[in-house]
Design a protein around this ligand. Structure first.
Ligand SMILES: [Zn+2]
Ligand SMILES: [Zn+2]
Length: 268
């Protein structure tokens, strides 16, 4: 049976990287960990690192794009990014591997369709991504200051969602960061708070949503407990499984397949 395998290899301000695999397509969404560490975590999680086919960048910040150049050069994989990201990328892969994506224009790979979605962040043309193999779908949504309605409308019907819950607002306000940085993080082009992430989750929650992974948690301005609590309030009696991404290790890979009606879940 067809399915999509998803693994958060790491998430946080020191590096974000998500593995998504469907049939012959093996893609990374962001590659902010060093190549060696990415490979090590793939091997540990049982993922075929050497068979990587594509990389999709959300934006040029180093915690999302750090290894794009070296992975392109070493593995010869296609690297996809918006024009704005390409213009700003410090160490791009060779020109023959560069592919331009645009928000609202899906990219069809052999076994996966990837749709870039515009998000507000303090760079030129940042995107989130929705991916779909025709049966199961997921999305990775991090590094955004707010979640306008067109964004949550584009995330309807997902099976799995990797969602930013960057900070607890109170911890951020009372925490050690300089005022200018606090203002940037809280701004409409900064990062989602737990509360904002929970609101976005409420908009996209439906019976078929089976996995929610909270991501990009701030080391100084959030805790797993705060983020979980905000998400749990929304998920309530939903059967979605909640997990929290780690900066230091990969999570257990998730397999998302076709929907099953709720009454059959007892026999699954
Ligand atoms: Zn980031
Ligand atoms: Zn960023």
């Amino acid at each position: 049976m067809r399915s999509v395998r998803v693994c958060v290899l790491g998430s946080g301000s020191s590096g974000n990287c998500l593995w998504v695999e469907a049939g012959a397509t093996r893609a990374l969404f962001d590659c902010g960990l060093p190549m060696r560490e990415t490979r090590r975590r793939c091997v540990e999680a049982g993922l075929p690192f050497k068979e990587l086919t594509d990389i999709f960048l959300t934006h040029e910040h180093a915690d999302h794009s750090y290894a794009a150049g070296v992975l392109g050069r070493k593995l010869g994989v296609r690297v996809h990014a918006t024009r704005g990201t390409w213009r700003a990328l410090r160490d791009p892969p060779p020109p023959s591997l560069r592919h331009v994506v645009r928000a609202g224009v899906p990219v069809k790979l052999s076994d996966l369709t990837v749709a870039p979605v515009a998000i507000p962040h303090d760079v030129d043309e940042p995107v989130a991504y929705r991916f779909d193999d025709g049966i199961a779908s997921g999305a990775v949504v991090t590094d955004l200051g707010c979640a306008p309605p067109p964004l949550w409308r584009s995330l309807r019907g997902l099976d799995a969602l990797v969602l930013e819950m960057n900070h607890d607002l109170r911890m951020l306000v009372e925490g050690p960061y300089p005022w200018s940085l606090k203002r940037r993080i809280r701004g409409d082009h900064g990062h989602l708070s737990n509360e904002q992430g929970a609101k976005l989750l409420a908009h996209v929650l439906h019976e078929g949503l089976r996995h929610v992974v909270l991501a990009h948690l701030s080391e100084h301005n959030n805790t797993e407990k705060h983020a979980r609590r905000a998400a749990e309030e929304v998920l309530d009696r939903s059967r979605a499984k909640l997990s929290v991404a780690s900066q230091s290790r990969a999570l257990e890979p998730l397999v998302i397949g076709p929907h099953r009606p709720r009454q059959l879940a007892l026999f699954a």
